[in-house]
Design a protein around this ligand. Sequence first.
Ligand code: ZN
Length: 204
Amino acid sequence: MEYVINHIPIRKGKRPGTKAKMTSITVHNTGNPKSTAMNERNWLVNPENTRAASFHIVVDEKMAVECIPLDEVAYHSGKAEGNTTSIGIEICESGDYKKTEQNAVELIAKMLVERNWGIDRVRTHKSWSGKECPWRILPYWNDFLGRIQKEMDKLLKKKEQDQVSEWARDAWKWVKDKGISDGTRPKDVVTREEVWTMLYRMRG
Ligand SMILES: [Zn+2]
């Protein structure tokens, strides 16, 4: 899925421009069966839209659009605490909803892993204000969290695969410096011909 950064300008009731230290992710459904992510983004800057309501990221079947920097306040939770401590993600209801929801699952998993956050950081709009949102996901919320966790496990495993073990660090630096190996894919197995080539390069 494409991740587009297309921030709206500072605007009253939408993007106050206030810096915030985020500690959670809040999930929403747009409640609009027709709007795409770009439609939702553009609605934030439409002069007819005077409601104090906004969000950080909106996801549809094709893309995610970041509308407000993730370290700034947005008006999505109905509570000051939620708006100033939580990243609001809107899930569109247009197009292929199943695909859209899967995009959101993958995006949230990636965001959690990047921040070293656990699944406990994901919450519903309802948990802040009592509003029935994300209304489509609430009936199977725990299953939704389980899907995010599964995706996180995959990413964490990959992260581990890409990490050089502590005991191998000196050797890793040495093979790179000597041009024997590029130092990537540290946990992969090597073939005989690859061993020969490394030895050959070492001889110079
Ligand atoms: Zn909501």
